[in-house]
Design a protein. Structure first.
Lengths: 553, 457
């Protein structure tokens, strides 16, 4: 897949600077070995005529001592994928910290009233709070007690157990405990071996979570519920109410949402999700495994969608209509788009005089750094540089590179489940002939072209950005807005640059769909037009020229 | 006393009321000048802890990590620690690297002091930063053990006994208080012509201005050179009544090894505790208490008398770190508020007795004191106690909403208000602010519940 990677395109300039020189400056202070490793993760983009992009090293271990953005396997499994489901009691098996830090810190919203039983355990933090004696003598007994107590107090439908670092080291058999308690209590109890040291980032935890849900939940309920155009929405975590906005659009279009993974989700919907006719993937990184397994076992195909950005939302709705290929749906989708767009266009026209030409950088997640470029483009803003925190090469370069990805020791330790078609329930939702016909019309199945193919030449793609590199980028470019998370927010703002949190949305949102786009336009306008920065220096402080200054001054 | 010890509703922890040890240690290292905290273990710990503290302080707060992988967990983390230290030195040129362990490196039994020694031996000709290690497995104690452990480790690693020229200095170990509190403490000590060596001092690093110049590590904090001088100070003051029962602290280390006299006091919250704090400063310096503070105290007392009418029979529930709760309980006693519940997630066995000793005896039979507790237990207990208000950190919000009682936010973490790093608890001014907030909250509640709509109280 690789073109002659990183060959400097002669005239390409990034914001009037030479991106290759910028790259050299980012690497200058590192010891040679670190610089060599990072050089493969910092790539100047170039898309060839046939859509090929340079190779970027990603999903590799962060160098000790480089302060990165990444979390751990436990965070990806418990926090990201399973956390947003409201009616599973999630017990953290470990010392108190891990459970405490993941207690209501992500901004997943949920609507308990959309399940008949109204169960909602999101506000709770259950932990076995391991102490010395458990580390020495084992924590299985305490885990059993914790499961029993959770059951006695809440009578939940399901309990999930998440292992933290010490659990794997002392050898607690979490899965055996879960099996025993499942038999005893008569509810679904299942465990995840998502110890923090596994893999290189939260991405390992996503994979383990996907495997666990598929193994223990998906397919438990075969009831085919009523409704037309039955889909699952995968990799949408309802940050800031995004899922509510997307659900609103589905409802308007008459599209039936069987299950979401896992924003505003319920375990009952997971159990039933294999009855849907199409899987839509939002965040490719965190959830593609379930989609792949569901296709192999049950015959449900998947397509990539993106509801971040008004144009992208319209495009995604049209893709769904294209798949089901019925005039009624196509008409209603077109009608909804036609009705929703005027407000979006008006909002965009209002702010664009102030946002046009402004420059953004995005370093976040496994899909958001890609998706949000849509919204910035709608605002007439340029993305100078972007990168993922825990993406893999396929998220950067597209799934076509999957066969070329080398499996290293860190990835080999994450189970790849052997899935075969279900003897009774495998049912291809679409014939090969029909699939070929739709593909000929441009609908891609099981495809994701990645972020880099859509970024202009000369932009900088940086994987696993460190705090030090963040500071250098800020100094060299002084972008108008920087998008990352809470860990980066206050450092970037100290430099006089607004930071938009794209993990938690700064507790705002929604930003998905049409209404979300309007919210985002207004928010970005407010941030890039802020007058606060002009007061950074008091009038009596030295004139900038006279003191040590930032590079851009 | 109805119940002196923990009420056992549950054996596992639901909605904990304490955090883990490495967090406390990392916070302490943020209070040393030009220092990078480094967690030896999985990267998730440093990310979680960074994120958690950043949301409270709303400031840059970098914590490095030795990024264990699966093979590190099997073969040990020595090599990773060396690489981490190398890279931190290259990027940040720090004066000190504070190394705290996590449950991962502790469980596999990494010998960090040996790794540090080997590193230092390997770089004999180089100008190395100070390397300070503290053992902080999160399955032992709470974030407060990590905090006090790191303070002790700093002193024990760096203090020198050599006699010190210049002004009299006093070592001040303030406990886990806010940047505003630290600023106030420094001002108080300076008023006695004493030099305060505050360990830690994150008053600038975690509550600083926007930058007009780039700072790789935010400015401020106690310099390493000052830490070396702690052995020659005129005295040490260690705040925290529960802490004062601890055998091995920074203060006791300096007393044992350098002969620095140790004053063990409560956190100066409220009138009595602040009086004792000033008395200690006066004794150490041989100077009278400056008139400015007598005036502050006078105004505080005047406000208490003016506002007494709002406090009749008021019951409060206090929760959080042991010493903060003990300090607040004493202050409640001074205000005539009955602290019907005093709860902490910590469990060192001294909390109950300490709280009893600071609250007037006539309240004792209306009080419950819970050690090693969690929010499910606290909330359950409060259903019967029906307090008028809750005083504690943000994690009490859920309970406050369910019980429909106002929450006055103090301590850490305060994630749902903007002033976590600016809240003042200590000294007469801190007491004044707490008093005003409590009184105003009580008036507001009264106002809300009244149908007439009085604006005149």
């Amino acid at each position: 897949m690789a073109t002659g990677a990183n060959k400097k395109p002669a005239e390409v300039r990034l914001d009037r600077q030479d991106p290759e020189k910028i790259k050299a400056r980012l690497l200058a202070k590192y010891p040679p070995k670190v610089a060599r490793k990072r050089a493969k993760q910092i790539v100047v983009n170039k898309v060839s005529a046939d859509g090929e992009v340079p190779v970027i090293s990603s999903n590799v271990r962060t160098v000790p001592g480089l302060m990165g953005q990444r979390g751990c396997c436990y965070a990806g499994c418990k926090g990201v994928v399973l956390g947003p489901t409201r009616d599973i009691i999630n017990i953290t098996h470990g010392p108190i910290g891990c459970g405490y830090y993941s207690w209501l810190t992500r901004r997943n919203q949920t609507d308990p009233d959309s399940s008949a039983d109204g169960h909602n355990y999101i506000p709770y933090c259950f932990s076995t709070d391991m102490q010395d004696q458990e580390i020495i003598f084992g924590g299985e007994k305490k885990l059993k007690q914790a499961i029993q107590e959770a059951y006695d107090n809440f009578k939940p439908k399901a309990i999930a157990v998440f292992s933290t670092c010490p659990v794997g080291l002392i050898g607690d058999d979490v899965h055996a405990v879960c099996r025993e308690m499942k038999a005893k209590l008569g509810i679904n109890v299942f465990g995840f071996s998502c110890e923090g040291y596994k893999g290189v980032s939260q991405s390992a935890g996503h994979h383990i979570a996907n495997n666990g849900i598929f193994k223990h939940v998906v397919g438990l309920d075969d009831t085919v519920k009523e409704g037309n155009y039955r889909i699952n929405l995968l990799g949408e975590y309802n940050i800031g109410g995004d899922a509510f906005e997307i659900e609103r659009l589905f409802e308007r279009c008459g599209i039936t949402l069987v299950s979401s993974y896992s924003g505003n989700a319920s375990i009952d919907a997971f159990a039933n999700s294999h009855t849907a006719d199409l899987n839509l993937i939002m965040c490719h990184r965190s959830i593609n495994y379930v989609a792949e397994m569901m296709e192999t076992k049950f015959g449900v195909p998947w397509i990539k969608v993106n509801f971040i950005g008004a144009a992208a939302t319209a495009k995604s709705l049209r893709k769904i209509a294209q798949y089901f290929d019925e005039q009624e749906l196509t008409d209603i989708v077109e009608q909804v788009i036609a009705e929703e767009m005027p407000a979006v266009e008006a909002a965009c026209a209002d702010v664009r005089p102030r946002t046009e030409g402004k420059r953004a950088m995005l370093f976040v997640g496994g899909s958001r750094a890609h998706h949000y470029q849509e919204l910035f483009a709608e605002l007439g803003m340029k993305t100078l540089s972007a990168g993922y925190e825990f993406g893999h090469r396929d998220d950067y370069e597209g799934r076509k590179v999957l066969p070329d990805i080398k499996v290293d020791a860190d990835s080999r330790n994450i189970e790849e489940m052997e899935i075969t078609p279900d003897p009774e329930r495998f049912k291809p939702r679409i014939s090969e002939a029909k699939k070929a016909e739709l593909e000929a019309k441009g609908l891609q199945f099981s495809a994701y072209d990645g972020m880099m193919t859509e970024m202009p030449d000369g932009t900088m793609v940086i994987d696993d950005l460190s705090q030090y590199e963040t500071d250098q980028l800020i100094k060299m470019f002084k972008p108008d807005i920087f998008c990352a998370g809470i860990k980066e927010k206050y450092t970037v703002q100290k430099h006089g640059i607004p930071l938009k949190q794209l993990h938690s949305y700064d507790y705002g949102g929604p930003y998905a769909g049409f209404k979300g786009a309007i919210n985002f336009y207004k928010e970005i306008d407010r941030m890039v037009s802020s007058r606060a920065w002009q007061y950074m220096r008091a009038p009596w402080q030295e004139h900038p020229e006279l003191s040590a200054t930032y590079a851009w001054e | 006393m109805k119940s002196a010890m923990r009420t056992d509703y549950y054996t596992a922890t639901q909605n904990a009321c304490n955090l883990c040890a490495p967090l406390g240690a990392a916070l302490v290292f943020k209070g040393i000048a030009n220092t990078v905290p480094l967690l030896h273990g999985s990267q998730g710990c440093s990310t979680y802890i960074r994120r958690y503290m950043i949301s409270h302080f709303k400031e840059p707060l970098d914590i490095a990590c030795s990024n264990f992988g699966e093979e590190t967990a099997i073969f040990g983390g020595g090599a990773n620690l060396k690489i981490a230290i190398d890279n931190i030195r290259k990027q940040y040129c720090p004066d000190l690297i504070g190394i705290a362990t996590t449950c991962l490196s502790e469980t596999i039994g990494d010998d960090v002091p040996m790794f540090i020694k080997a590193y230092q031996n390997g770089c004999r000709d180089e100008d190395l930063p100070a390397l300070v290690h503290v053992s902080t497995p999160s399955y032992q104690g709470t974030h407060m053990q990590g905090f006090h452990g790191a303070v002790r480790a700093l002193v024990a690693t760096l203090a020198e006994t050599a006699s010190v020229e210049g002004p009299l200095s006093v070592n001040l170990f303030p406990g886990m208080v806010s940047p505003s509190d630290l600023r106030q403490l420094k001002e108080m000590v300076a008023a006695f012509d004493l030099e305060a060596i505050l360990v830690p001092d994150y008053s600038e690093t975690l509550n600083g201005p926007l930058w007009t110049e780039y700072q790789p590590i935010p400015q401020g904090g106690t310099p390493v050179a000052a830490l070396r001088r702690t052995g020659g100070a005129a005295a040490s003051i260690e705040c925290g009544l529960v802490l004062s029962g601890e055998k091995e602290t920074a203060g006791t280390w300096l007393e044992d090894h350098c002969g620095v006299p140790l004053h063990r006091l409560g956190l100066p919250i409220g009138i009595g505790a602040s009086d004792l704090f000033f008395a200690s400063l006066a004794a150490i310096s041989g100077q009278p208490i400056p008139g400015k503070y007598t005036a502050q105290r006078g105004r505080l007392l005047d406000a208490l008398v003016d506002g007494h009418k709002h406090f009749n029979g008021v019951k409060a529930a206090l929760f959080g770190e042991e010493d903060l709760v003990a300090g607040l309980a004493a202050f409640c006693g001074e205000l005539g508020i009955i602290p019907v519940l005093c709860a902490t997630g910590g469990g060192n066995g001294r909390f109950v007795q300490t709280v009893q000793s600071v609250v007037p005896e006539r309240y004792h039979d209306q009080m419950q004191i819970l050690e090693d507790s969690d929010f499910v237990t606290i909330e359950k207990t409060l259903e019967a106690l029906a307090p008028d208000l809750l005083i504690g950190h943000s994690k009490g919000f859920t309970m406050s909403r369910r019980l429909q009682r106002p929450l006055i936010r103090v301590g850490f973490p305060v994630h749902d208000r903007v002033d976590g790093s600016r809240m003042l608890h200590l000294g007469y001014r801190g007491a004044q602010q707490l008093f005003d907030r409590i009184a105003n909250t009580l008036i507001e509640e009264k106002q809300k519940k009244n149908h007439v709509g009085y604006t005149y109280y």
